[in-house]
Structure formats: C-alpha cells, structure tokens
Design a protein around this ligand. Sequence first.
Ligand code: 5GP
Ligand code: ZN
Length: 114
Amino acid sequence: MENCLFCKIVNGEIPSQIVYEDDKILAFKDIQPAAPVHILVIPKKHIAGADAIEADDAELIGYLWTKIRKIAEDAGVCQDGFRVINNCGENGGQTVRHLHFHILGGLKLDEKLI
Ligand code: 5GP
Ligand code: ZN
C-alpha cells in the first residue's frame, strides 16, 4: 500500500533490523525500543489494523501467532515471559496503520493495565 511505512519496510524501501522473515510475515526491531527486547511482527499483506482483519485473513493471522512463539524463543524471552501488544485505532494509540504486534520482553513488565 502506497505511503504505508511498514509496507515500505516490507519492500525494503526503508531499512530495518529484521529478526525473522518469510513469504507471509516480517519481524523487525522497533526503532524506539520500550524494553530490552522490542520486536514488531507484521503480516506482509497490508491490513490497516485489528479493526480491518477480514474472515479471509484467519489463516494468515493464525500463522503469524505461531511465529510469535518462535520469534520470542529466538529473542531469548520465552522462558521468562513476554508481552504481546496490539494498539488499534485512535483510542488504542495506534500510530502506524499497518497491523502489527509488539513483542516486549527482557524485563519484568510492571505497569499492568489489565
Ligand atoms: P503503534 O504506536 O502504532 O502501536 O506502534 C508503532 C511502532 O512503530 C512504534 O513503537 C514506533 O517506535 C515504531 N516505528 C515507527 N517508525 C518506525 C520505523 O521507521 N522503523 C521501525 N523499526 N519502527 C518504527
Ligand atoms: Zn502497509
């Protein structure tokens, strides 16, 4: 999708520190890490957010979640635990309108909203 920052990262137009890639998904380090491990996991297909996932995307999103486990393992945070966050839309604080899941780990995350 034109002018989408994360589509540009998928296309290689904007460089990123990739930690996992295959034909369906990409995982790269967040440019402003909020934790020692802060990785963004995205589908390569442009989906604007959690509010734009269609029934046809079920397989892709399920697949992405199986890779969240692998990416967390490779980052060394699986044993101690980690948090996965999705911000959606205006009230959810989403700043990039391409579906992404934050993996945060490497420290005890104390600020629990829920
Ligand atoms: P959101 O606020 O939409 O949930 O998350 C967007 C995330 O993308 C933020 O944590 C921000 O630091 C990250 N980000 C924004 N621009 C870039 C970029 O150009 N490269 C990388 N690697 N991360 C980015
Ligand atoms: Zn996009």
